[in-house]
Design a protein around this ligand. Sequence first.
Ligand code: F6P
Length: 505
Amino acid sequence: MNEAVNKAWGELAALPRPRLAELFAADANRLASLSNRLDIPGGSILFDWSKTHLDAAHIGLFEQLAWACDFAGKRAALLSGEKVNVTEQRAAEHTAQRGTGAPESVALAQAFHARMHMLVDAIHRGLLGEIKHLIHIGIGGSALGPALAIDALARDGALVDVHVVSNIDGCALEAAFERCDPAKTLIAVASKTFTTIETMTNAKSALDWLAEGGVADSFGRVIALTASPDKAVEWGVDETRVLPFSESVGGRYSLWSSIGFPVALALGWAEFAELLEGAEVMDKHFAGTDGAANLALRAAFADQLYTRLRGCQTRASFAYDERLKLLPSYLQQLEMESNGKSVTADGQPVSGPTAPITWGGVGTDAQHAVFQLLHQGTNIVPVDFIAAIAPGDDLDPAHHRILLMNCFAQGAALMAGKQSDDPARAYPGDRPSATILLDELTPAALGAVIAFHEHRTFANAVLMGINPFDQFGVELGKQIANAIDAGGVSFDASTDALLKAAGLA
Ligand code: F6P
């Protein structure tokens, strides 16, 4: 770690720790400086970070830290397609999918999008026969984004009914089969590598199901979404049904590529394009805004404040919107797979904690289940709330009013706390939260929110000096599963006994 980085962390650690209420009392401008609106196509999003412990002193030092970590240089490297994923010697070009990046990468992304657009239109026009269902098979980054976007945006009816299946547990695939007619079903096999055992096993079973259901040319119903087109063709997918994307798009950053095919099929191309536009607005803000005015960098300052300076081991995100109930699991992969590391980008042990455990849920459900700990537990959990001003339902407006009132009440209660002579009934307060408030949950808003979290994750990685774009930690378990499959290998006594008990050894 360079000297300037050490110095900034040292000075940050030595800062006084006023309570949130004191911070508001001391600075009449606090709300204006820490609660800001970003305009997006068709509306705006409010990012309110005023109920965090960031103050002018923290921000000044975090800005020095960002400078010492060469945040601007690393951001430029990311956005110009340099090989920022140093351990795998690859670029991380998800923003090129949205129009920001090396010109040749943007052009390639546009060409791949044009190919996908044509196929989506052909299906909508009935050129592949009557298609009512799509079973989208993929896992991790090849499933979580499409599942989130479709659940969030296609509730009023989808052009094609999509079932996302990720788990190898056959119960997941069977549940999709039960809801689909094989004569009217397409299968999307979504895998960056086209080798993932869960996806390939599910895909094979889906082909069998089509054949058993009377589909003569089952491969004719398969569309591959992959960065390994040769493998898809080798597996049997017709070349014309392969929708490629670039190797430089990471799995958990791939919603914007052909992995988003089911989103475009369910919503129509125009809405998929709007999702990309919303993300592009956030990219431009991220690329062109310096210091704490940069929303993602400012969020990362608060994240670092809590994980590194205050020892918070988790961070939670609560969607006060049923349509965003899959957002917390999407963010879990994004943050935990990106920043759950113990070494820096150049292989040195990290000097402090890295990604917190990301968790969350949906409001108001979570209030009646886990919020007790948030208000009175011994763990301090920084919380993000996300909500939309416009309701997603057509029922009595009382529903949405109660939903939003509860969302804002929770943030207020966490901050204010409440004194009581009875310790069991006292609330310590001074507990941080941030709120993302959408005018309306549109494709553009969702795109901007996801892109915000991608950039927040990157900004955190820069401040910690780590590479957010590899994920070697997932490999060992896969290797051991393969070794079990191959047989003839002995493990520890416990594992051997479990294998024996289940009849696997
Ligand atoms: O095992 C983790 C992982 O590689 C994720 O990073 C990825 O999103 C997921 O598996 C699926 O990989 P693929 O798209 O190659 O099937």
